[in-house]
Design a protein around this ligand. Structure first.
Ligand code: FAD
Length: 697
C-alpha cells in the first residue's frame, strides 16, 4: 500500500479501482463522471474498461473497487465484461479469493425487461461468494424512468462512502478537512458543485423523492375596464423556459466541464467523405461482422393508411461471403441523422460557412480535463456536417453537464438563469420533467433559448455517439441467402411538451425518407449481430409457442419460412406443433403478414393462430396474454408435458412482463401450485433456454 504525505500528514494514497462494463457507452459515461468527481474530491481513481483485466489490473490484488456495469438482453453481461465474468466464475476459486476486496456496484438496466439489473446482481453474488464485502450499498439505475434519478444521488453517497473508507485508515487527515472547509463556502449563487458532494447525508433517500412536479403560481394582473379596476387571476405553469415560482434560495449547479477539443479548418483542401471510415472504428455493439453495404431492393407498406403506426418491410440484398444469418438473428443498421435537422443545427450554431470545409480535430494542449482523449467515434479529419450527420447522436436528451456548458454561452440573463436552474441539484425534478421525459434534443434547447450559441468544439465534446439500431430478420436463408427482410414501425414524435418541432425516429425516419429511393438501389451500412439463443430448436419435433406483438412478429415469419422450406426439402420430417399468439391494434389496419400467416396455417406449418386486437371492441382478447389465458390448458400441456420452447418478441414496454406473469399464473393454476413455486418453474424454463425473449423498448 502506498503512503503519501500531504500537508505534513501521513495519509494512505486515496486510490481505488474504477471499472466499467459497457454495451452502449452509458456505463462508461457514468464511470467517467465518477472519475472526474472523485478526482475533484482528492481521490485517485484508477479507471479501466473491465475488458482490460490482467492487462491493467488484477482483481485479486485490489482492495477497493467501484464497478459500473450494465445489464443487456435478459440480464446478460455486456460483451466487454465476458472475459472478466468467465475469470471470476471459475469453480476452482476459493471463498476467500477476494477476501481483501471491499466493493460497490452501480448497475444500469431497464425495468421494461423481466430481469432488471440481473447482471449487476450476478456480479454482486459472485463477489460475495469469493469473500468480498460491500463498502457502500449497490445502486440500480433504471433507464425506463431515467438513469440520473439514481445515478446522481448514488455518486454523491459514493463520495461520502469513499471519504469514510479512507478516513477509517487515515484519521485526522488534513485533506478531508480541507475539503469539508471548502464545503462551508455556500454563499455564492449559483454555487459550483466542485466540492459539495462530500456531505455526510445519505443521498439514496433522494431516489424515493425524485418525483416530477409541475409548479403552479397564481398571478394577479390589474386591468382597467372603463372606470373599474379588475384584478384578473391566472394560473401560470412552469415550462421549459420558466420556473414558476422561481426556485428559491441558492442553487447548486455542476462544475463547468473542462473543454478539451480544438477544431482547425483547412478551407483549401477537399475530402472524399465516402472514403471516411463509417463509425470510425468505434466498437459496434455485439457485432459478428464488419460493416457491409447492402442494397435496398424493395420497400413495402404492411399497414393501412389509417393505422396508428406505419409498418414498412424492407428487403436488402447482401453478399453471402460478407454476411450470413439464421432465422431469429438480428442485424445492426448504421443510420444517419436527418440532414434537415443537421442543417438547422448548423444554422443555429453559426457554422454555415465552415460546415463543409475540411477540419481537423485536435486535443487542446492546455486542457485541464484529466485523461482527455478525442472520442474514438469522431474522425480527426472530416467536416462538421459529416460529424453531425453520421457520428454524433444529436437527439439524446442533453445531460446536465451539457446544459451547464450551454449556460456559459447564453448571454440573455433570463435564459442563462433558467439553464442554470435546469442543471442544478434543486432543479432536478424539473430537468426530468422538462428535458428527459419529453426527450428534448439539442436543437429543441437551442430553439427554446435563442441567445444560446456555443462554439462547435464545445458541442462536439458533449454529443454522444450515434449508435446503430438493431432489427430482427424476418426471412429465412433457406428461401434466399442473398436477401434479408426486416420490418419496422416508423417512430413518429410530435412537437409539444417542450419539443420545438415534430420528428421521426432517427433510423426509421431515415429509412422511410426520400433518400431511400428504391429505384436508385440505395445502399445502407449494416452488420451482423451476435445471438446465442433466439434460434429454432435443432430438434424439429420440439413444439414452439411464439408470442409477439406488432413488429415482434418479424423473427417468427423467418421461423415459419424456414420450417416450410425444411419440410419441402424432406416431407418425412417429424415436426412439432407451432402455436402463434400475435397482438396488434386493429384487425383491418395493422394485422401484419395476415395472408402469409393464414397460408402457413392452411398448409399446416402453423398449428394454431390466436390474434388479439387491442383497439377493436369486438374481440374478447385484447392482448396476447388474454389469448394465452383462453388457451391455458393447451399451452401448459405443450410447455410442461411436451417440452415446448416459448419465444417472446417485440416491444418490451408492457408485453414481455405481462406475458411472463400470465405464464406464471397459468402454470400455477394448471399444476395447482403456489405462485412463488410457479415463478421458480418459469425461471427454470428460462435457465434451460426454453423461455426465450428478443425484446426491445
Ligand atoms: P429513435 O430515434 O431511437 O427514437 C426512439 C425514441 O423516441 C425512444 O426513446 C422513445 O422513447 C422516443 N419516443 C417515441 N415516441 C415518442 C413520443 N411520442 N414522445 C417522446 N418521445 C418518443 N424495431 C422494429 O421496429 N422492428 C424490429 O424487428 C426490431 N428489432 C429489434 C431487435 C433488437 C435486438 C433490438 C434491441 C431492437 C429492435 N428494434 C426493432 C428496435 C429498433 O432497434 C429501434 O429502436 C426502433 O426502430 C426505433 O429506432 P429509431 O432510430 O427510429 O428511433
Amino acid at each position: 500500500m502506498d503512503w503519501n504525505s500531504i500537508d505534513g500528514c501521513q495519509i494512505m494514497e486515496r486510490r481505488f479501482l474504477l471499472l466499467f462494463g459497457s454495451q452502449t457507452g452509458q456505463s462508461q459515461a457514468v464511470a467517467e463522471e465518477i472519475f472526474e468527481k472523485a478526482l475533484e474530491h482528492g481521490f485517485q481513481p484508477d479507471l479501466h474498461n473491465i475488458n482490460e483485466t490482467e492487462k491493467k489490473f488484477n482483481i485479486e490484488k485490489e482492495t477497493l473497487l467501484v464497478l459500473v456495469i450494465s445489464s443487456t438482453g435478459d440480464g446478460e453481461p455486456p460483451d466487454t465484461a465476458l472475459k472478466f465474468w468467465r475469470r471470476i466464475r471459475k469453480k476452482t476459486l476459493g471463498s476467500d479469493y477476494l477476501g481483501n476486496l471491499r466493493y460497490t456496484i452501480l448497475g444500469l438496466g431497464d425495468s421494461n425487461y423481466s430481469n432488471f439489473c440481473q447482471n449487476p446482481k450476478n456480479f454482486d453474488l459472485r463477489f460475495q461468494q469469493l469473500g468480498a464485502q460491500h463498502f457502500y450499498s449497490m445502486g440500480f439505475a433504471d433507464d425506463a424512468i431515467g438513469l440520473e434519478i439514481v445515478v446522481e444521488p448514488w455518486i454523491d453517497g459514493l463520495l461520502s462512502a469513499l471519504t469514510s473508507q479512507f478516513s477509517e485508515k487515515s484519521e485526522n487527515c488534513s485533506l478531508d478537512h480541507a475539503i469539508s472547509d471548502k464545503n462551508q463556502q455556500t454563499d455564492l449563487k449559483p454555487q459550483i458543485d466542485e466540492t459539495d458532494n462530500v456531505k455526510d447525508d445519505n443521498k439514496q433517500d433522494n431516489v424515493a423523492n425524485a418525483i416530477t412536479t409541475v409548479d403552479l403560481a397564481i398571478v394577479s394582473t390589474e386591468k382597467e375596464l372603463g372606470d373599474i379596476k379588475v384584478v384578473e387571476k391566472t394560473i401560470e405553469v412552469s415550462s421549459l423556459v420558466k420556473s414558476i415560482p422561481p426556485i428559491e434560495g441558492q442553487i447548486v449547479v455542476p462544475a463547468l466541464p473542462h473543454s478539451f477539443l480544438e477544431v482547425h479548418y483547412s478551407e483549401d483542401e477537399s475530402i472524399d467523405l465516402d472514403s471516411l471510415c463509417i463509425q470510425n472504428g468505434a466498437a459496434l455493439p455485439s457485432a459478428t461482422t464488419d460493416i457491409v453495404m447492402a442494397n435496398i431492393v424493395n420497400v413495402s407498406t404492411l399497414t393501412r393508411q389509417d393505422a396508428v403506426k406505419t409498418a414498412l418491410e424492407i428487403q436488402l440484398e447482401i453478399t453471402e461471403s460478407e454476411m450470413t444469418f439464421e432465422p431469429g438473428d438480428s442485424f445492426g443498421i448504421v443510420c444517419e441523422n436527418s440532414r434537415d435537422e443537421v442543417e438547422e443545427l448548423i444554422l443555429k450554431l453559426s457554422v454555415t460557412n465552415v460546415a463543409d470545409s475540411v477540419c481537423y480535430l485536435k486535443l487542446k494542449e492546455e486542457t485541464r480535463k484529466k485523461n482527455a482523449a478525442i472520442p474514438p467515434f469522431l474522425p480527426t479529419r472530416t467536416t462538421i456536417r459529416h460529424l453531425l450527420v453520421t457520428c454524433c447522436d444529436i437527439r439524446t436528451p442533453i445531460k446536465k453537464g451539457f446544459i451547464r456548458m450551454l449556460a456559459e454561452y447564453t448571454p440573455n440573463t433570463l435564459e442563462k438563469a433558467r439553464l442554470q436552474e435546469l442543471c442544478s441539484r434543486q432543479g432536478s425534478s424539473q430537468y426530468t420533467h422538462f428535458i428527459r421525459e419529453p426527450n428534448l434534443s439539442l436543437l429543441d434547447i437551442l430553439k427554446a433559448f435563442p441567445s444560446c450559441c456555443p462554439p462547435i468544439e464545445r458541442i462536439l465534446e458533449h454529443l454522444p455517439r450515434l449508435l446503430p439500431r438493431p432489427y430482427s430478420i424476418s426471412s429465412s436463408p433457406l428461401v434466399s441467402r442473398k436477401h434479408l427482410n426486416f420490418v419496422f414501425n416508423i417512430v413518429e414524435i410530435p412537437s409539444g411538451s417542450g419539443r420545438q418541432y415534430s420528428r421521426k425516429g432517427v433510423c426509421t425516419g431515415w429509412l422511410s425518407s426520400s433518400q431511400i429511393d428504391c429505384n436508385n438501389k440505395p445502399k445502407i451500412p449494416i452488420y451482423g449481430r451476435k445471438n446465442l439463443s433466439f434460434h429454432l430448436p435443432s430438434d424439429l419435433s420440439i413444439p414452439m409457442i411464439l408470442i409477439g406483438a406488432g413488429t415482434g412478429l418479424a423473427p417468427f415469419i423467418g421461423f415459419m419460412q424456414h420450417r416450410e422450406a425444411q419440410v419441402k426439402h424432406d416431407q418425412d420430417l417429424l415436426c412439432g406443433p407451432i402455436w402463434l399468439f400475435f397482438g396488434c391494434r386493429h384487425n383491418e389496419r395493422d394485422y401484419l403478414y395476415r395472408s402469409e400467416l393464414e397460408r402457413f396455417h392452411e398448409v399446416g406449418i402453423l398449428s394454431n393462430i390466436s390474434v388479439s386486437f387491442s383497439r377493436d371492441n369486438s374481440t374478447s382478447a385484447r392482448y396476447v396474454q388474454d389469448n394465452i389465458l383462453l388457451h391455458s390448458d393447451s399451452v401448459c400441456k405443450l410447455l410442461l408435458e411436451k417440452n415446448a420452447v416459448i419465444y417472446v418478441c417485440g416491444d418490451a414496454r408492457n408485453m414481455s412482463k405481462d406475458v411472463n406473469n400470465t405464464i406464471v399464473t397459468i402454470i400455477s393454476q394448471h399444476q395447482g401450485i403456489a405462485m412463488e413455486e410457479a415463478k421458480s418453474v418459469t425461471m427454470k424454463l428460462r435457465q434451460e433456454g426454453r423461455y426465450l425473449e428478443d425484446i426491445w423498448t
